[in-house]
Ligand binder design. Sequence first.
Ligand code: NAD
Length: 279
Amino acid sequence: MANIPHIELNDGRLIPQLGYGVFKVPAEETERAVSEALEVGYRHIDTAAIYGNERGVGAAIAASGIARDELFITTKLWNDRHDGDQPDAAVSESLDKLGLDAVDLYLVHWPTPAKDNFVHAWEKMIGIRDRGLARSIGVSNHLVEHLEKIVAATDVVPAVNQIELHPAYQQRDITAWAQSHGTVIESWGPLGQGKYDLFDAAPVVAAAEATGKSPAQVVLRWHLQKGYVVFPKSVRRARLEENIDLFDVELTAEQMAAIDAMDPGDGSGRVGAHPTELN
Ligand code: NAD
């Protein structure tokens, strides 16, 4: 079984650097897919209330017999639950579906800046952590301007910021903020969600040929060597196995630099929604 490294969060807790994400895994397929992922050796699962598959994740956890402290489970607060005491209700619903007393990581899914309620949502997250319902708390899709506001209001720095990130879209302003504030970056869409042709890019193909790994493995290895947490999604067992088989190679500094240079720098590599647009 793969020996997956852990990263220390700013609250002292450890997160497995590689996990399995279940965005768009249909509810009826989730228990099987997560059970397979656990069999293959994944111990970190990334879900969200809006994915509609927390019950399937919970069923797979319960059936696995794996000790709770060997698992790292993340879920997320959806955009229509930021106001008032809604975050408290939302985390209880998620825990009920997951069959857990606490998640390892709870994230504000999007800042929804037009509603101007992300600072309130973050204050509620701090209460959720303090009551032990989430061991660590963080955010997702937060731009630097949002991060600055929540930290100024609360003095609590998110343990993670989960953002769209892959070689063609590297969000360097956010990763620089994260580095200087001790926030761990989680890359969503690490393979460009299959919408951006990363696998035929010359630096990826060259590194794949040199290492004997697939282009997808090279891209995932790039994330790991950048220090990002990553949880590629697939419902195929062969790909689950491929995406965890990353720990017997190391990209050279030259290979890393060539992949670093793949971002056109004008934002055109983005494949998902922009945080200011989703409210
Ligand atoms: P991804 O980049 O992981 O792409 C997934 C697609 O890549 C799969 O559908 C499959 O077609 C392909 N793929 C997977 N493994 C492959 C392989 N070895 N070779 C070739 N193709 C392969 O995109 P994603 O699923 O959107 O992102 C991963 C996870 O990030 C999600 O499952 C979810 O947990 C999280 N996520 C979070 C947000 C957010 O707003 N916070 C948004 C999207 C995704």
